[in-house]
Ligand binder design. Structure first.
Ligand code: SF4
Ligand code: SF4
Ligand code: SF4
Length: 322
């Protein structure tokens, strides 16, 4: 795969272009108050992150004829290692239907409050943050993969080889919140992008969905946003047929689904994520589900940077897998 300079910058732009005034007090902390305006006292509120995915608005990006933009944006923004799907869009033909007969099901980590992955980890490398997000400390992870076997949603991924990463990420000091850099022999997964939400931004998948199907919310304050509008969580959670995936297992997921078939999938041409299609070509109206065209550009970026005078590559090859 060859990348143009524009495409390289586009990927970087996903990370930079996901800032929304999600919560007023966070906006102040980032200069939203403006000069001469006194910022309010710091809140001691601990957010309780939750996601609501409105399947009435999700058509798997088939109408636009592009790969699922939530998955693509997650890959680019979070330096997801090759082959891993931190948010995977299942179609009803893949044997992962939600009751209610929805056609497409974007599945991030469910951030289970009674998490089998946390319960089985023998070294405490998987744990809950105070905001209810399940984290993995890759420096403590011993690679036993018990958590992967325990996850009923197949939402954990293993770095079998040395993960290919952009050179800057590879050289960065390890950070448990962003999971950068990816480490060989350890497990990774979606973490609700709390590096972004804690700074008043949106998860990359939320910002990139052209139909605003994904909401990130705070149970504590009772609000949620899909990047286009702010709504009360109870409004979303009282929609017809709202359910959590495999909730009968008692895992207490923090991801809720509103069943549907993409009947509300309209493209907002002003959306932040619009125009972000990964490296694939667009075939609007084709109706094709193009999950197979998703990209993990790190190998191409590494090779490109390595080819520059004085450039260094992001690490040797190595596949990662779920
Ligand atoms: S980007 Fe939005 S419409 Fe496309 S697959 Fe993801 S959730 Fe569905
Ligand atoms: S979905 Fe899987 S990885 Fe995520 S919290 Fe639940 S059990 Fe753990
Ligand atoms: S919340 Fe962040 S890490 Fe999770 S699927 Fe969305 S973009 Fe990826």
């Amino acid at each position: 795969m060859k990348l143009t300079r524009r495409e390289l910058l586009k990927g970087a732009g996903v990370a930079a272009a996901t800032t929304f005034p999600l919560l007023p007090e966070v906006a102040y902390a980032h200069g939203g108050a403006g000069e001469g305006v006194e910022a309010p006292p710091e809140s001691s509120r601990v957010r309780q992150w939750v996601m609501v995915i409105d399947l009435r608005a999700c058509d798997g990006c088939t109408g636009l004829g592009v790969p699922p933009q939530c998955s693509q944006a997650c890959n680019w923004s979070r330096f997801v290692p090759e082959g891993q799907h931190w948010i995977e869009v299942y179609d009803s033909a893949s044997g992962q239907p939600l009751s209610g007969g929805s056609d497409f099901l974007p599945a991030p980590c469910m951030q289970c409050q009674n998490a089998p992955c946390v319960n089985v980890c023998p070294v405490g490398a998987s744990f809950h943050s105070p905001e209810g997000v399940v984290r993995i400390d890759q420096e403590r992870c011993i690679g036993c993969r018990l958590c992967m076997a325990a996850c009923p949603y197949d939402r954990r991924f293993f770095n079998w080889g040395e993960p290919v990463q952009p050179p800057d990420a590879k050289a960065a000091p390890y950070d448990v919140v962003s999971q950068i850099p990816a480490i060989k022999g350890t497990v990774m997964k979606c973490d609700f992008c709390t590096d972004k939400t804690s700074a008043g931004g949106l998860p990359a998948c939320v910002a990139a969905c052209p139909h605003h199907a994904i909401y990130i919310g705070d149970l504590e304050e009772g609000i949620a946003t899909n990047g286009a509008q702010m709504v009360e969580l109870r409004e979303l959670l009282s929609a017809d047929g709202v359910q959590r995936y495999k909730e009968d297992l008692g895992t207490e997921p923090r991801v809720y689904y509103i069943p549907g078939h993409g009947e509300h999938a309209e493209v907002d041409m002003d959306a932040e994520g619009n125009g972000f299609h990964g490296n694939g070509s667009q075939s609007p109206g084709s109706g094709e589900f193009r999950k197979g065209d998703l990209e993990w550009p790190w190998r191409a970026i590494s090779e490109y940077v390595g080819s520059l005078p004085g450039g260094t590559s992001g690490g040797p090859g190595g596949m990662s897998d779920g």
